[in-house]
Design a protein around this ligand. Structure first.
Ligand code: SF4
Length: 200
């Protein structure tokens, strides 16, 4: 636990002064990630929005509140038993999608986070993250909730919570995905629901 925590803290420190791509110019904060370094489940979004940029934490705006509610419903908690990060760590201007070139550069940080946490399950929040992590031609409206195994890691794309705020009629399907995720965790994870080591 201490080892992983220290490694993530060191990575975050390095990342906080990153200027490898142009997104560094408009940021207030680098949004590195949040969660338990021992997490077996990692959630990955596309990039910070306005609130995330101001606070330096992923998924803290309206979409983040919805995400937290959905997580709570299946006994997950960003401060206890999961880890959350984004493909790019700095806010794209006007909340545009991160460009492929920006993703190509920034994903090196995510790879290093992944190498430390070593999750068993990755949940991709929305099309951009799913296209980058799972497969480039993913049809998120059709394929959300499906599970594939890649590089020994189980991966599930889900609808982005911001998309659910825009299209509330998609919420029941998205919630079913979370129930399926809960089952997947119970079947494949050792301590997410049972005695995950806590950190301060
Ligand atoms: S988005 Fe990523 S690569 Fe670009 S400056 Fe921020 S941390 Fe560095």
């Amino acid at each position: 636990m201490e080892e992983k925590k220290k490694l993530l803290e060191e990575l975050e420190k390095q990342c906080s002064s990153c200027s490898r791509c142009g997104l560094c110019r408009g940021r207030h904060n680098v949004v590195f990630g949040v969660g338990n370094p021992e997490a077996e489940v990692m959630f990955i979004g596309e990039g910070p929005g306005e609130q995330e940029d101001l606070k330096g934490e992923p998924f803290v705006g309206k979409a983040g509140i919805l995400l937290d509610k959905m997580l709570t419903a299946i006994d997950l908690d960003r401060n206890k038993n999961i880890y959350i990060a984004n493909i790019v760590k700095c806010r794209p201007p006007q909340n545009r999608d991160p460009e492929p070139g920006e993703q190509d550069i920034c994903i090196a940080w995510l790879r290093r986070q992944f190498a430390v946490v070593r999750p068993k399950i990755i949940v991709c929040l929305g099309r951009i993250a799913a296209a980058r992590i799972i497969k480039p031609d993913i049809r998120i409206k059709r394929e959300h909730g499906t599970v594939i195994k890649k590089g020994g890691v189980l991966m599930m794309p889900v609808l982005h919570p911001a998309a659910l705020l825009r299209n509330p009629s998609d919420k029941p399907g998205a919630f079913q995905d979370f129930l399926d995720l809960q089952k997947l965790i119970r079947e494949n994870c050792e301590h997410t629901y049972d005695g995950i080591p806590q950190y301060d």
